[in-house]
Ligand binder design. Structure first.
Ligand SMILES: [Fe+2]
Ligand SMILES: [Fe+2]
Length: 135
């Protein structure tokens, strides 16, 4: 099942970050596939052991990237990350069955669409306008 896909309008133009966003989307789809096949325990383990650590890794790589380019929206962006990481960690602890797994996957994909489209793309624009022009 393809619940989420990183479409061209969601690309930041920073290749590494775009690849990480795509990977998160693939992971969400995979967890939903597992759940749909009745492998709910596997899907929950996949969320806790693979998705959540990768999301954490992604958020910190993004923060490092923003710092490295002197992005002015860094502090605010980091606060969004901190809040959402708390939420996804909490949701991970509360996973018990197919329904909770699916709703967590929907929340995560909704966040990914909104955050990438509205917040992440801004560092992409800054990178293109300020950093690439000066090279
Ligand atoms: Fe991101
Ligand atoms: Fe972000």
């Amino acid at each position: 099942m393809r619940l989420i896909e990183i479409t061209p309008d969601l690309l930041t133009g920073v290749e590494e970050m775009d690849n990480q966003h795509k990977r998160i989307a693939e992971y969400i789809n995979y967890a939903l596939d597992l759940a749909a096949e009745g492998k709910v325990e596997d899907a929950i383990a996949f969320y806790r052991e693979t998705i959540l650590p990768f999301v954490k890794y992604h958020l910190s790589s993004e923060e490092e990237f923003m710092e490295s380019i002197g992005y002015p929206g860094y502090e605010e962006h980091k606060r969004y990350h901190e809040a959402v990481l708390k939420l996804f960690t909490q949701l991970g602890k509360e996973l018990t069955d197919k329904k909770s797994l699916q709703s967590t996957a929907y929340i995560l994909s909704g966040w990914l669409y909104g955050h990438v489209g509205k917040v992440d793309k801004k560092y992409g624009e800054f990178y293109k306008e300020v950093c690439l022009k000066n090279t």
